[in-house]
Design a protein around this ligand. Structure first.
Ligand code: PGA
Length: 245
C-alpha cells in the first residue's frame, strides 16, 4: 500500500518538525506492507531529503517541467534536477495543474521525461462533477490515461491515482460501490489495453482518518494520495494505522 502525502503549496521550515513523528512511526512499525512518500513543495525538498535519511520515508515532488534536463524556462524545475537532489517520485497531471492550463500533451511529455530520468510517477486523473452526472466518468478516464501513456515505454514506473475532481478538498468521497467499480474498470483497462501486468491504482480526494475505515474496505485500492490530512502527522499516521486494523 502506498500512502502519499501531497503538501501542495503549504509548509515552511517549521512544518518539517511535524514529520518527526512519522519518521519515528515508520521506524518502529513492524508492518512491511506500506510505503510512505512525501511530496513537499520544491522549497523544502532539499531539507526534507536530509531529514529523512535512514528513515523509511521516500521523497517525491509535486510537478516538473516537460523538458528533461535544462533550458530557458523561468520558474520551472526539470525531472533531472529533481532526480539529482534525491527525489524518487513525481506527481504529474494533478487537476490543480490541469485547471491552470496543463494539457494531456504536456502530461505525456512530463511522464516521458521523468521516466528518462529514472523517476517514478504518480499520475493523476479524474472526472468533474458535471462529467460524473452525465455518466461520462469511464470515457473521460480512459481518454486521460490513453493520452498520458501515448508512446510511454516503462509504464510499470507509474502509479495511477484516481482523483475525482469533485472530491478534492471538499470532504466528499465517492460511494463505495462506484469507487470500487471505477478502480476495477481502470485496472482492467490498464491490464488489457495497456499491457500492464500489475497496475497499481490509488485513490485520492478528501481521504482522512475517519473515512479511511470505509475506503480500506475496497481491497483493490493500492494506496492513497492524501492532501489536507497529510499536513498533520497525527492524521497521516492514523490513516496508515487504521488501514491495517
Ligand atoms: P485532499 O487532496 O486530500 O485535500 O482532497 C488530495 C489531492 O489533491 O491530491
Amino acid at each position: 500500500m502506498y500512502f502519499i502525502a501531497n503538501w501542495k503549496m503549504f509548509g515552511d521550515i517549521k512544518s518539517l518538525n511535524s514529520i518527526n513523528n512519522v519518521i519515528k512511526f515508520s521506524k518502529l512499525s513492524k508492518n512491511k506492507k506500506f510505503k510512505l512518500i512525501y511530496c513537499p513543495p520544491y522549497t523544502l525538498l532539499n531539507t526534507f531529503y536530509k531529514k529523512i535519511q535512514n528513515s523509511k520515508i521516500i521523497l517525491g515532488a509535486q510537478n516538473c517541467h516537460h523538458e528533461e534536463s535544462s533550458g530557458p524556462y523561468t520558474g520551472s524545475i526539470s525531472s533531472k534536477m529533481l532526480k539529482k537532489i534525491g527525489v524518487k517520485y513525481v506527481i504529474i497531471g494533478h487537476s490543480e495543474n490541469r485547471s491552470t492550463g496543463e494539457t494531456d500533451d504536456d502530461i505525456n511529455k512530463k511522464i516521458k521525461s521523468s521516466i528518462k530520468n529514472n523517476l517514478n510517477i504518480i499520475f493523476c486523473f479524474g472526472e468533474t462533477l458535471k462529467q460524473k452526472r452525465k455518466k461520462d466518468t469511464n470515457r473521460v478516464l480512459i481518454r486521460q490515461i490513453s493520452r498520458a501513456l501515448k508512446g510511454v515505454k516503462k509504464k510499470d514506473r507509474i502509479l495511477f491515482a484516481y482523483e475525482p475532481i469533485w472530491s478534492i478538498g471538499t470532504g466528499l468521497i465517492p460511494k463505495s460501490k462506484d469507487l470500487s467499480q471505477t478502480i476495477n474498470f481502470v485496472k482492467n483497462k490498464l491490464k488489457n489495453n495497456f499491457r500492464l501486468k500489475f497496475p497499481k491504482v490509488l485513490y485520492g480526494g478528501s481521504v482522512n482518518s475517519n473515512n479511511i475505515q470505509k475506503l480500506k474496505e475496497i481491497k483493490i485500492i493500492d494506496g492513497f494520495l492524501i492532501g489536507g490530512a497529510s499536513q498533520k502527522s497525527k492524521n497521516f499516521i492514523d490513516i496508515v494505522k487504521k488501514t491495517f486494523i
